[in-house]
Design a protein around this ligand. Sequence first.
Ligand code: BG6
Length: 486
Amino acid sequence: MVSRVIPVDPFDLVLFGATGDLARRKILPSLFHRFQISQFCPQSRIIGSSRSALDRAGFQEMVAAAIREFGQEGETGEEDIQAFVELLDYVPVDATGDMGWQELKQQLRADVTRVFYLSVGPSLFPEIASRLSACGIATPASRIVLEKPFGHDLASAQALNAALRDHFDESQIYRIDHYLGKETVQNLMALRFANSLFEPLWNSTHIDHVQITVAESIGVSGRGEYYDRSGAMRDMVQNHLMQLLCLIAMEPPSRFTPNAVRDEKVKVIEALEPVSQENLARGQYRANPASSDPDSYLDHAGNPNSRTESFIAMKVQVANWRWAGTPFYLRTGKCLRARESEIAVYFRDPPHNIFEGAEGVHGNVLVVRLQPDEGIILRTTIKDPGPGGMRLTGANLDMTFADSLPEAGRPQDAYERLIMDVIRGNQTLFMRGDEVEAAWAWADPIIAGWSQSGAAPQPYDRGSSCPEDSLLLMHRDNRRWRTIGS
Ligand code: BG6
């Protein structure tokens, strides 16, 4: 059951890169599902655009096939698909030439919101923005949506921002980080700012450390060349993990408005201390003959000598009053034992153990699980039930959403929420230009550090839990990572 759908006004959405992978896998199926639950009306239109010489019927066919393949299981009824494809149009446009721009202009209506969704490589962002403006297609009320990667370093991100701002105001620019659209990520804000229980404890006096893990079981096959230019630091840490860190560490904004929230996130990034090479571990997965897919990173990187990391772990310090003395440990990697993403907040142990001889008096751990099995769990210590004296054991207060909120139905895909937010004009879950630049300003010296040292990433077996060095990073501080794939 899907509830509380707030309909949006009719819109014209132009999807550049409409025949690409992301469009077929995520963007178009997400739009379909929102249409299916009547969040937008048949007066809305989606205009696909790319260099491919398709006509309307060809595009409709491609989209219908994409929905059948990538739509949510059990939610892809043919009647709905046929109604949805009626909203579609297609205009072949050359992003770097003159072809198609006037035709595109003629398709757009004057009295509805215009959204330009750039599901294309970032090198095309400036050119498309400039042509949208030069052809009079972009109006002051239009919105432009950009996919990551947003730059490769600070200088390229600044150049991109400047090129966009020549034609669009910051209030029109929506930079997507799909992690911000995930249900539990938003729940983190509700947990922190709609409950008074945690805030008095949310500081270094009570929190020992925080672990942020985004573990993936998939490798880089199919996108090895792109990935090899990025590595885990650029592909995941500078954006997704940074966003998670911000939401955990930020001060409460005065209101839940886009700029109030983003102001607080920028302050966290600006308070990050530089990370020295001793406080990070990089790894690269190698073949594992025992795995059903034995390939190594190098099999797909397009460079047999690549030193790009497919895993990274680091210890990060937020230098402000709230967090001084509470490290944040971040790790992410490909081809790990399981796909598991979570944030674990470790509270300090009780200051004094009155249960002499009883083992197991530990601090509480609050786990926010992003995927799979979205939910929030609080580990507590209780008396081990039954006879035998005052023995203690761990027990979880478990709010796995599928169990505790079954009426909510399947969690919305991040893209469904984010696209609807663009159409509504709500920028809260999108990265502001200064936020992206601050994240690069922090990441650049870290990347430069290992480039200068020439250090190779440590090999780890495909399907294992992490490289050895990342364990040492924790052991040195007398702490342990949570187990991946337990
Ligand atoms: C993307 C990265 O941004 O996020 C990918 O480029 C990664 O490398 C993906 O696999 C992970 O997203 P999710 O939602 O599957 O955790």
